[in-house]
Design a binder for this molecule. Sequence first.
Ligand SMILES: Cc1ncc(COP(=O)(O)O)c(C=O)c1O
Length: 388
Amino acid sequence: MNRFEPNLRIPGPTSLPDAVREAGARQMVNHRGPEFAILQNRVIDRLKTFYKTQNDVLILTAAGTGGLEAAVVNFLSPGDKVLSVTVGAFGDRFAKIAATYGADVTKVASEWGRAADAVKVRETLEAAGPWKAVLLTQNETSTAITNRIAELAATVKAVAPDALIIVDAISGLGAVPFETDAWDLDVVVSGSQKAWMVAPGLCFVSVSPRAWEAAAVAKMPKFYFDLAAHKTSAEAGQTPWTPAVAVMFQLDVALELMEQETLPEIWKRHAAVGAAVRAGLTTLGLKLLADPDYASDTVTGAWIPKDLDWKTFNGKLRKLGLVVAGGQGALKGKIFRIGHLGHVTVPAILSAMAVLEQALIELDEPVKPGAAVEAAQVAALQSLGLAK
Ligand SMILES: Cc1ncc(COP(=O)(O)O)c(C=O)c1O
Protein backbone atom coordinates (compact mmCIF):
# COMPACT_ATOMS: atom_id res chain seq x y z
CA MET A 1 0.00 0.00 0.00
CA ASN A 2 1.28 3.48 -0.91
CA ARG A 3 0.75 5.97 1.90
CA PHE A 4 0.92 8.93 -0.51
CA GLU A 5 -2.21 9.83 -2.43
CA PRO A 6 -1.41 9.05 -6.06
CA ASN A 7 -1.86 11.62 -8.81
CA LEU A 8 -4.71 9.81 -10.61
CA ARG A 9 -4.37 10.87 -14.20
CA ILE A 10 -6.54 8.37 -16.07
CA PRO A 11 -9.44 9.51 -18.26
CA GLY A 12 -12.03 8.37 -15.72
CA PRO A 13 -12.79 7.62 -13.03
CA THR A 14 -11.31 11.01 -12.21
CA SER A 15 -10.29 12.19 -8.76
CA LEU A 16 -12.98 13.86 -6.66
CA PRO A 17 -13.06 17.21 -4.87
CA ASP A 18 -13.22 16.73 -1.07
CA ALA A 19 -16.77 18.09 -0.87
CA VAL A 20 -17.88 15.51 -3.44
CA ARG A 21 -16.18 12.68 -1.57
CA GLU A 22 -17.86 13.75 1.64
CA ALA A 23 -21.26 13.92 -0.06
CA GLY A 24 -20.91 10.24 -0.98
CA ALA A 25 -20.73 9.32 2.71
CA ARG A 26 -24.11 10.86 3.62
CA GLN A 27 -26.90 8.81 5.18
CA MET A 28 -29.35 7.31 2.70
CA VAL A 29 -32.76 8.83 1.97
CA ASN A 30 -35.96 7.23 0.76
CA HIS A 31 -35.57 7.15 -3.02
CA ARG A 32 -39.39 7.19 -3.27
CA GLY A 33 -39.68 10.15 -0.92
CA PRO A 34 -39.65 13.94 -1.21
CA GLU A 35 -35.92 14.35 -0.43
CA PHE A 36 -34.90 12.36 -3.47
CA ALA A 37 -37.45 14.08 -5.71
CA ILE A 38 -36.10 17.52 -4.80
CA LEU A 39 -32.54 16.33 -5.28
CA GLN A 40 -33.19 14.71 -8.66
CA ASN A 41 -35.13 17.70 -10.01
CA ARG A 42 -32.33 20.05 -9.01
CA VAL A 43 -29.67 17.80 -10.55
CA ILE A 44 -31.60 17.45 -13.82
CA ASP A 45 -32.06 21.23 -14.11
CA ARG A 46 -28.35 21.73 -13.60
CA LEU A 47 -27.41 18.98 -16.04
CA LYS A 48 -29.57 20.69 -18.66
CA THR A 49 -27.58 23.92 -18.31
CA PHE A 50 -24.31 22.00 -18.86
CA TYR A 51 -25.82 20.03 -21.74
CA LYS A 52 -27.09 23.38 -23.12
CA THR A 53 -30.46 21.83 -23.82
CA GLN A 54 -34.17 22.18 -23.25
CA ASN A 55 -34.57 18.47 -24.05
CA ASP A 56 -35.34 15.89 -21.40
CA VAL A 57 -32.28 14.68 -19.53
CA LEU A 58 -32.64 11.31 -17.82
CA ILE A 59 -30.34 9.89 -15.18
CA LEU A 60 -29.69 6.16 -15.29
CA THR A 61 -27.84 4.07 -12.76
CA ALA A 62 -25.30 2.47 -15.07
CA ALA A 63 -21.85 2.84 -16.57
CA GLY A 64 -21.56 4.98 -19.69
CA THR A 65 -21.93 1.87 -21.82
CA GLY A 66 -25.40 1.43 -20.35
CA GLY A 67 -26.21 4.95 -21.57
CA LEU A 68 -24.99 4.00 -25.05
CA GLU A 69 -27.14 0.87 -24.98
CA ALA A 70 -30.14 2.98 -23.92
CA ALA A 71 -29.39 5.37 -26.80
CA VAL A 72 -29.62 2.46 -29.23
CA VAL A 73 -32.46 0.27 -27.98
CA ASN A 74 -34.94 3.07 -27.33
CA PHE A 75 -34.87 4.69 -30.76
CA LEU A 76 -34.13 1.93 -33.26
CA SER A 77 -35.72 -1.23 -34.62
CA PRO A 78 -33.93 -4.34 -35.88
CA GLY A 79 -32.98 -3.82 -39.53
CA ASP A 80 -32.75 -0.03 -39.30
CA LYS A 81 -29.90 1.45 -41.31
CA VAL A 82 -27.43 3.10 -38.97
CA LEU A 83 -24.21 4.89 -39.82
CA SER A 84 -21.52 4.53 -37.21
CA VAL A 85 -18.76 7.14 -37.43
CA THR A 86 -15.92 5.63 -35.45
CA VAL A 87 -12.42 6.86 -34.72
CA GLY A 88 -11.43 4.39 -32.01
CA ALA A 89 -12.36 1.75 -29.45
CA PHE A 90 -15.42 3.51 -28.05
CA GLY A 91 -16.85 4.33 -31.47
CA ASP A 92 -16.38 0.65 -32.34
CA ARG A 93 -18.19 -0.33 -29.13
CA PHE A 94 -21.13 1.94 -29.99
CA ALA A 95 -21.39 0.26 -33.42
CA LYS A 96 -21.20 -3.17 -31.77
CA ILE A 97 -24.09 -2.38 -29.44
CA ALA A 98 -26.25 -1.32 -32.40
CA ALA A 99 -25.28 -4.45 -34.37
CA THR A 100 -25.93 -6.67 -31.32
CA TYR A 101 -29.55 -5.48 -31.27
CA GLY A 102 -29.97 -6.11 -34.98
CA ALA A 103 -29.37 -2.70 -36.57
CA ASP A 104 -27.95 -2.73 -40.10
CA VAL A 105 -24.70 -0.92 -39.28
CA THR A 106 -22.40 0.72 -41.81
CA LYS A 107 -19.12 2.00 -40.42
CA VAL A 108 -17.11 5.03 -41.48
CA ALA A 109 -13.84 4.52 -39.65
CA SER A 110 -10.78 6.74 -39.38
CA GLU A 111 -7.26 5.57 -38.75
CA TRP A 112 -6.65 5.66 -34.98
CA GLY A 113 -5.30 9.08 -34.06
CA ARG A 114 -7.27 10.84 -36.77
CA ALA A 115 -10.63 12.56 -36.49
CA ALA A 116 -13.88 11.74 -38.26
CA ASP A 117 -13.90 12.86 -41.87
CA ALA A 118 -17.04 14.89 -42.70
CA VAL A 119 -16.51 14.35 -46.44
CA LYS A 120 -16.45 10.55 -46.04
CA VAL A 121 -19.54 10.79 -43.84
CA ARG A 122 -21.35 12.81 -46.49
CA GLU A 123 -20.35 10.41 -49.30
CA THR A 124 -21.42 7.34 -47.34
CA LEU A 125 -24.76 8.89 -46.42
CA GLU A 126 -25.38 9.90 -50.02
CA ALA A 127 -24.49 6.46 -51.38
CA ALA A 128 -27.31 4.63 -49.57
CA GLY A 129 -30.25 5.13 -47.27
CA PRO A 130 -32.71 5.80 -45.84
CA TRP A 131 -30.74 6.27 -42.62
CA LYS A 132 -32.48 5.90 -39.29
CA ALA A 133 -29.60 7.21 -37.18
CA VAL A 134 -26.00 8.33 -37.17
CA LEU A 135 -23.80 7.43 -34.19
CA LEU A 136 -21.05 9.94 -33.37
CA THR A 137 -18.34 10.10 -30.71
CA GLN A 138 -17.57 13.56 -29.39
CA ASN A 139 -14.33 12.68 -27.62
CA GLU A 140 -12.70 9.35 -28.46
CA THR A 141 -10.91 8.48 -25.24
CA SER A 142 -8.90 5.61 -26.74
CA THR A 143 -7.15 7.85 -29.27
CA ALA A 144 -7.39 11.28 -27.55
CA ILE A 145 -9.30 12.82 -30.44
CA THR A 146 -12.12 15.36 -30.21
CA ASN A 147 -14.36 15.28 -33.27
CA ARG A 148 -16.06 18.42 -34.54
CA ILE A 149 -19.61 17.44 -33.73
CA ALA A 150 -21.09 20.71 -35.03
CA GLU A 151 -19.63 20.08 -38.49
CA LEU A 152 -20.56 16.39 -38.53
CA ALA A 153 -24.11 17.10 -37.36
CA ALA A 154 -24.52 19.78 -40.03
CA THR A 155 -23.35 17.28 -42.66
CA VAL A 156 -25.90 14.71 -41.48
CA LYS A 157 -28.67 17.33 -41.47
CA ALA A 158 -27.81 18.37 -45.04
CA VAL A 159 -27.76 14.86 -46.52
CA ALA A 160 -29.99 12.74 -44.27
CA PRO A 161 -32.26 15.19 -42.44
CA ASP A 162 -34.49 12.43 -41.07
CA ALA A 163 -31.65 10.54 -39.38
CA LEU A 164 -31.41 10.82 -35.61
CA ILE A 165 -28.07 12.13 -34.41
CA ILE A 166 -26.93 10.12 -31.40
CA VAL A 167 -23.76 11.24 -29.66
CA ASP A 168 -21.43 9.56 -27.19
CA ALA A 169 -20.24 12.62 -25.24
CA ILE A 170 -19.15 10.54 -22.25
CA SER A 171 -15.59 11.82 -21.90
CA GLY A 172 -15.99 15.39 -23.15
CA LEU A 173 -19.29 16.89 -22.07
CA GLY A 174 -18.88 19.20 -19.10
CA ALA A 175 -15.21 19.84 -19.98
CA VAL A 176 -15.01 21.10 -23.56
CA PRO A 177 -17.42 23.18 -25.68
CA PHE A 178 -20.62 21.33 -26.52
CA GLU A 179 -24.06 22.54 -27.61
CA THR A 180 -26.86 19.98 -27.60
CA ASP A 181 -29.62 22.25 -28.91
CA ALA A 182 -27.64 24.65 -31.09
CA TRP A 183 -26.16 21.62 -32.91
CA ASP A 184 -29.60 19.94 -33.04
CA LEU A 185 -28.48 16.67 -31.42
CA ASP A 186 -31.20 14.15 -30.67
CA VAL A 187 -29.61 11.92 -28.07
CA VAL A 188 -26.50 12.75 -26.03
CA VAL A 189 -24.90 10.42 -23.48
CA SER A 190 -22.46 11.29 -20.70
CA GLY A 191 -21.09 9.53 -17.60
CA SER A 192 -20.64 10.61 -13.99
CA GLN A 193 -17.01 9.47 -13.61
CA LYS A 194 -15.62 11.81 -16.27
CA ALA A 195 -15.82 15.63 -16.39
CA TRP A 196 -18.51 15.64 -13.72
CA MET A 197 -16.02 14.86 -10.90
CA VAL A 198 -18.24 12.15 -9.44
CA ALA A 199 -17.76 8.42 -8.75
CA PRO A 200 -18.80 5.96 -11.46
CA GLY A 201 -22.38 4.73 -11.35
CA LEU A 202 -24.59 7.21 -13.18
CA CYS A 203 -24.99 8.09 -16.81
CA PHE A 204 -27.10 10.78 -18.42
CA VAL A 205 -29.09 10.69 -21.64
CA SER A 206 -30.71 13.71 -23.29
CA VAL A 207 -33.65 13.02 -25.59
CA SER A 208 -35.09 15.43 -28.17
CA PRO A 209 -38.82 15.54 -29.08
CA ARG A 210 -37.90 13.96 -32.45
CA ALA A 211 -36.16 11.12 -30.64
CA TRP A 212 -39.22 10.55 -28.43
CA GLU A 213 -41.30 10.21 -31.62
CA ALA A 214 -38.86 7.57 -32.82
CA ALA A 215 -39.03 5.87 -29.42
CA ALA A 216 -42.80 5.46 -29.72
CA VAL A 217 -42.36 3.08 -32.68
CA ALA A 218 -38.93 1.58 -31.95
CA LYS A 219 -38.94 -2.21 -31.69
CA MET A 220 -35.62 -3.19 -30.15
CA PRO A 221 -36.07 -5.07 -26.85
CA LYS A 222 -35.47 -3.15 -23.62
CA PHE A 223 -36.40 -3.35 -19.99
CA TYR A 224 -33.93 -1.82 -17.51
CA PHE A 225 -33.05 0.91 -20.00
CA ASP A 226 -36.61 1.69 -21.15
CA LEU A 227 -36.34 5.49 -21.30
CA ALA A 228 -40.10 6.03 -21.48
CA ALA A 229 -40.32 4.37 -18.05
CA HIS A 230 -37.48 6.60 -16.83
CA LYS A 231 -39.28 9.69 -18.11
CA THR A 232 -42.55 8.72 -16.40
CA SER A 233 -40.71 8.09 -13.14
CA ALA A 234 -38.66 11.30 -13.41
CA GLU A 235 -41.88 13.29 -13.76
CA ALA A 236 -42.84 11.90 -10.35
CA GLY A 237 -39.39 12.71 -8.92
CA GLN A 238 -38.29 9.10 -9.00
CA THR A 239 -36.41 6.51 -11.03
CA PRO A 240 -37.99 3.21 -12.11
CA TRP A 241 -35.33 1.14 -10.32
CA THR A 242 -33.32 1.88 -7.18
CA PRO A 243 -30.82 4.62 -8.12
CA ALA A 244 -27.20 4.99 -6.97
CA VAL A 245 -28.27 7.43 -4.24
CA ALA A 246 -24.74 8.10 -2.94
CA VAL A 247 -23.56 9.02 -6.43
CA MET A 248 -26.56 11.34 -6.80
CA PHE A 249 -25.51 13.10 -3.59
CA GLN A 250 -22.06 13.54 -5.10
CA LEU A 251 -23.41 14.76 -8.42
CA ASP A 252 -25.52 17.39 -6.69
CA VAL A 253 -22.43 18.84 -4.97
CA ALA A 254 -20.22 18.55 -8.07
CA LEU A 255 -22.77 20.41 -10.21
CA GLU A 256 -22.90 23.16 -7.61
CA LEU A 257 -19.10 23.47 -7.80
CA MET A 258 -19.28 23.53 -11.59
CA GLU A 259 -21.98 26.17 -11.50
CA GLN A 260 -19.80 28.33 -9.22
CA GLU A 261 -16.86 28.00 -11.60
CA THR A 262 -19.08 28.65 -14.65
CA LEU A 263 -18.98 26.73 -17.91
CA PRO A 264 -16.76 29.19 -19.84
CA GLU A 265 -14.14 29.01 -17.07
CA ILE A 266 -14.34 25.21 -17.02
CA TRP A 267 -13.75 25.13 -20.78
CA LYS A 268 -10.80 27.56 -20.40
CA ARG A 269 -9.26 25.42 -17.66
CA HIS A 270 -9.48 22.29 -19.78
CA ALA A 271 -7.99 24.08 -22.78
CA ALA A 272 -5.08 25.17 -20.56
CA VAL A 273 -4.39 21.73 -19.07
CA GLY A 274 -4.70 20.12 -22.51
CA ALA A 275 -2.16 22.53 -23.98
CA ALA A 276 0.11 21.99 -20.96
CA VAL A 277 0.11 18.20 -21.29
CA ARG A 278 0.79 18.28 -25.03
CA ALA A 279 3.65 20.76 -24.63
CA GLY A 280 5.16 18.85 -21.71
CA LEU A 281 5.07 15.46 -23.42
CA THR A 282 6.46 16.86 -26.65
CA THR A 283 9.33 18.47 -24.72
CA LEU A 284 10.07 15.07 -23.20
CA GLY A 285 10.62 13.84 -26.75
CA LEU A 286 7.43 11.78 -26.75
CA LYS A 287 5.39 11.51 -29.93
CA LEU A 288 1.70 12.28 -29.53
CA LEU A 289 -0.89 9.96 -31.07
CA ALA A 290 -3.58 12.47 -32.03
CA ASP A 291 -3.76 14.70 -35.06
CA PRO A 292 -2.86 18.07 -33.44
CA ASP A 293 -5.83 19.82 -35.09
CA TYR A 294 -8.20 17.53 -33.21
CA ALA A 295 -6.21 16.90 -30.01
CA SER A 296 -8.48 16.36 -27.04
CA ASP A 297 -8.39 18.70 -24.06
CA THR A 298 -9.54 15.90 -21.74
CA VAL A 299 -7.07 13.13 -22.56
CA THR A 300 -3.70 12.87 -24.31
CA GLY A 301 -2.07 9.76 -25.73
CA ALA A 302 1.63 9.38 -26.49
CA TRP A 303 3.79 6.55 -27.81
CA ILE A 304 5.93 4.82 -25.22
CA PRO A 305 9.64 5.42 -26.05
CA LYS A 306 10.93 2.68 -28.39
CA ASP A 307 13.51 1.34 -25.96
CA LEU A 308 10.99 0.99 -23.11
CA ASP A 309 8.05 -1.33 -22.59
CA TRP A 310 4.71 -0.41 -21.00
CA LYS A 311 5.27 -2.57 -17.91
CA THR A 312 8.63 -1.02 -17.03
CA PHE A 313 7.51 2.51 -17.84
CA ASN A 314 4.20 2.24 -16.00
CA GLY A 315 5.83 0.49 -13.03
CA LYS A 316 8.23 3.40 -12.63
CA LEU A 317 5.44 5.98 -12.90
CA ARG A 318 3.32 4.17 -10.32
CA LYS A 319 6.24 3.93 -7.92
CA LEU A 320 6.65 7.69 -8.22
CA GLY A 321 2.94 8.27 -7.58
CA LEU A 322 1.53 8.89 -11.05
CA VAL A 323 -1.28 6.69 -12.34
CA VAL A 324 -1.84 6.85 -16.08
CA ALA A 325 -3.84 4.68 -18.49
CA GLY A 326 -2.47 2.29 -21.07
CA GLY A 327 -3.48 1.86 -24.69
CA GLN A 328 -6.63 0.06 -25.81
CA GLY A 329 -7.16 -2.48 -28.58
CA ALA A 330 -4.38 -2.37 -31.16
CA LEU A 331 -2.60 0.35 -29.13
CA LYS A 332 -2.25 -1.84 -26.03
CA GLY A 333 1.34 -1.77 -24.79
CA LYS A 334 2.26 0.87 -27.35
CA ILE A 335 0.86 4.11 -25.97
CA PHE A 336 -0.02 5.60 -22.61
CA ARG A 337 -2.78 8.07 -21.92
CA ILE A 338 -2.99 10.92 -19.44
CA GLY A 339 -6.45 12.00 -18.36
CA HIS A 340 -6.95 15.70 -17.71
CA LEU A 341 -10.62 16.21 -17.12
CA GLY A 342 -12.89 17.11 -14.26
CA HIS A 343 -11.12 17.99 -11.02
CA VAL A 344 -7.82 18.98 -12.63
CA THR A 345 -5.66 22.06 -12.32
CA VAL A 346 -2.54 23.30 -14.09
CA PRO A 347 -0.38 22.62 -10.98
CA ALA A 348 -1.67 19.02 -10.87
CA ILE A 349 -0.53 18.65 -14.49
CA LEU A 350 2.86 20.23 -13.75
CA SER A 351 3.29 17.69 -10.99
CA ALA A 352 2.48 14.88 -13.44
CA MET A 353 5.08 16.29 -15.85
CA ALA A 354 7.66 16.33 -13.05
CA VAL A 355 7.00 12.65 -12.35
CA LEU A 356 7.32 11.81 -16.04
CA GLU A 357 10.66 13.64 -16.16
CA GLN A 358 11.87 11.83 -13.07
CA ALA A 359 10.76 8.44 -14.36
CA LEU A 360 12.36 8.88 -17.75
CA ILE A 361 15.62 10.10 -16.17
CA GLU A 362 15.64 7.07 -13.86
CA LEU A 363 15.10 4.91 -16.95
CA ASP A 364 18.14 6.49 -18.63
CA GLU A 365 16.18 8.48 -21.18
CA PRO A 366 17.74 11.77 -22.35
CA VAL A 367 15.58 14.23 -20.44
CA LYS A 368 16.54 17.64 -19.03
CA PRO A 369 15.18 18.12 -15.51
CA GLY A 370 12.50 20.78 -15.39
CA ALA A 371 12.18 21.22 -19.16
CA ALA A 372 8.78 19.56 -19.53
CA VAL A 373 7.40 21.31 -16.45
CA GLU A 374 8.50 24.66 -17.86
CA ALA A 375 7.11 23.97 -21.33
CA ALA A 376 3.81 22.81 -19.84
CA GLN A 377 3.48 25.87 -17.65
CA VAL A 378 4.28 28.24 -20.51
CA ALA A 379 1.71 26.51 -22.72
CA ALA A 380 -0.93 26.77 -19.98
CA LEU A 381 -0.17 30.46 -19.45
CA GLN A 382 -0.38 31.10 -23.19
CA SER A 383 -3.68 29.26 -23.38
CA LEU A 384 -5.00 31.43 -20.52
CA GLY A 385 -3.75 34.57 -22.29
CA LEU A 386 -1.22 35.24 -19.52
CA ALA A 387 1.95 34.81 -21.57
CA LYS A 388 3.06 35.34 -25.15
C1 LIG B 1 -15.93 8.00 -25.12
C2 LIG B 1 -16.33 6.90 -24.19
N1 LIG B 1 -17.41 6.17 -24.49
C3 LIG B 1 -17.83 5.19 -23.69
C4 LIG B 1 -17.16 4.87 -22.54
C5 LIG B 1 -17.64 3.74 -21.70
O1 LIG B 1 -18.02 4.20 -20.44
P1 LIG B 1 -18.11 3.16 -19.22
O2 LIG B 1 -16.73 2.61 -19.03
O3 LIG B 1 -18.59 4.01 -18.09
O4 LIG B 1 -19.08 2.11 -19.63
C6 LIG B 1 -16.02 5.59 -22.18
C7 LIG B 1 -15.25 5.26 -20.97
O5 LIG B 1 -14.07 5.54 -20.87
C8 LIG B 1 -15.61 6.63 -23.03
O6 LIG B 1 -14.53 7.36 -22.72
